[in-house]
Design a binder for this molecule. Structure first.
Ligand SMILES: [Zn+2]
Length: 150
């Protein structure tokens, strides 16, 4: 039986750990990491979660926008910055209070879908909801995940 995967496969870069099992597909879809060397563990054994996904990204740190995208898909994920094979920094992702230019509004009549305006949403938790700053349309977890910009 495979043992729990430890954070060691990369020397420098970022490890996104404790992702809900299966959520790594969506995360890789919305992050632009085509240039990076990536290792993904899907349905890895986890004592805490039963099963989890882990994404190992070589030689790359993530910016605020990328972290917000990950948080909206996988709240509670852990982001570890690895330098010289050691964890330099560890953050547990919570929901951002507001996000700009990250989600597309589902209301086709929204001004952001008809003019070149940056989208802006307020985020509330439990249950996860995003409210459009412009048209006040509310989006649930599923709608948010489907509307995250690539
Ligand atoms: Zn809107």
């Amino acid at each position: 039986m495979p043992k729990e995967i430890r954070i060691t496969p990369i020397k420098n870069g970022t490890v996104i750990d404790h992702l809900n099992a299966g959520s790594s597909y969506k995360i890789l879809e919305v992050l632009n990491l085509r240039e990076n060397s990536i290792t993904v563990a899907i349905n890895a054994e986890s004592r805490k979660m039963g099963k989890k996904d882990i994404i190992f990204i070589q030689e790359r740190e993530l910016n605020e926008k990328e972290l917000a995208k990950i948080a909206l898909i996988g709240k509670g994920a852990t982001v570890n910055i690895i330098a010289n094979g050691e964890i330099k920094n560890k953050t547990i992702l919570g929901y951002p209070e507001k996000v700009e230019e990250i989600i597309k509004c589902i209301n086709p009549k929204c001004v952001t879908n008809n003019e070149t305006l940056k989208t802006k949403f307020y985020i509330t938790a439990e249950p996860l909801e995003a409210k459009c700053f412009y048209c006040e349309t509310r989006m649930n977890e599923e709608e948010i995940a489907a509307s995250i910009k690539k």
